[in-house]
Design a protein around this ligand. Sequence first.
Ligand SMILES: Nc1ncnc2c1ncn2[C@@H]1O[C@H](COP(=O)(O)OP(=O)(O)OP(=O)(O)O)[C@@H](O)[C@H]1O
Ligand SMILES: [Mg+2]
Length: 324
Amino acid sequence: MRIAVTGSIATDHLMSFPGRFADQLVADQLHTVSLSFLVDTLDVRRGGVGPNICFGMGVLGLRPILVGAAGEDFADYRAWLDRHGVDTASVRISEVQHTARFVCTTDADHNQIASFYTGAMSEARQIELQPVAERVGGLDLVLISADDPEAMVRHTEECRSRGIAFAADPSQQLARMDGEDIRLLIGGAEYLFTNEYEAALIETKTGWTADQILAKVGTRVTTLGAQGVRIDREGEEPVVVGCPEEDQKADPTGVGDAFRAGFLSGLSWNLSLERAAQVGCMLATLVIETVGTQEYELRRGHFMERFAKAYGHDAAGEIAAHLP
Ligand SMILES: Nc1ncnc2c1ncn2[C@@H]1O[C@H](COP(=O)(O)OP(=O)(O)OP(=O)(O)O)[C@@H](O)[C@H]1O
Ligand SMILES: [Mg+2]
């Protein structure tokens, strides 16, 4: 199964300031505020939903095709993704803009001052999927994840007009899209991925009920945080899958992306929806246990053991042949 993942490509620059922002702000001088914080630490992390999802599929032994836009500074990041099995040949490199960047300083009270530079991501709207499909010999599924909003609409329309199966994963971008655009993104999708909050947001913004949405998408996958995930299909009983026990909670960032990576891998291995969701939850647990979204390692024996503990030996037997 050839799967392309479209989505944001970004790096996160995270700094920590040992004092309190509030102590540096002079109330009657705010109109001329000009501050520089001497920070103790800088973490530069690979991010963006597109690479996060592709990385997870890559470590599970698939060869996902990343589709998105980055800057000239993408070379190191590309090498990292290439090493982890991701096909990066369809990433568009901007001639003028840097890769999207999230820059955030956190103070001792966990208050944050942050900026998000969109940069090259805005050029994702110029990407056409047809050449990607031709290069790889056809696409079986395109996952359309959070990205430049115009790019998301364009990719969806292209999939629909060319008859390419697509999965809608609008997540963060739901906040800034209106009902009409959201209807465009999800109508006719093979899969719709959201968390519970986003599921409600879609219903409010589109005015569609849960049943109406189910009639418009093949399969609706709703992640429930620590409760796992629920999968709904029209006329069928919902499938609910719980989470494996985690060894520690280090950092929840990227759990949603890892779930998608595992779930799509399971589908491409021809597993049932339930089994695919279990693979997704297991991968999400590895992300929770590590700081960062692409810092976990997949060790086969360890993965199999934990999977069997959470979901039983028969379930583990079904994934054994596929795990690298
Ligand atoms: N506290 C938790 N304990 C165990 N597993 C979790 C926990 N939170 C999330 N997960 C796993 O991650 C999956 C996705 O989580 P969640 O529903 O929180 O996604 P999300 O809100 O989209 O997250 P993100 O912040 O990555 O966007 C869940 O289905 C589950 O497998
Ligand atoms: Mg999410």
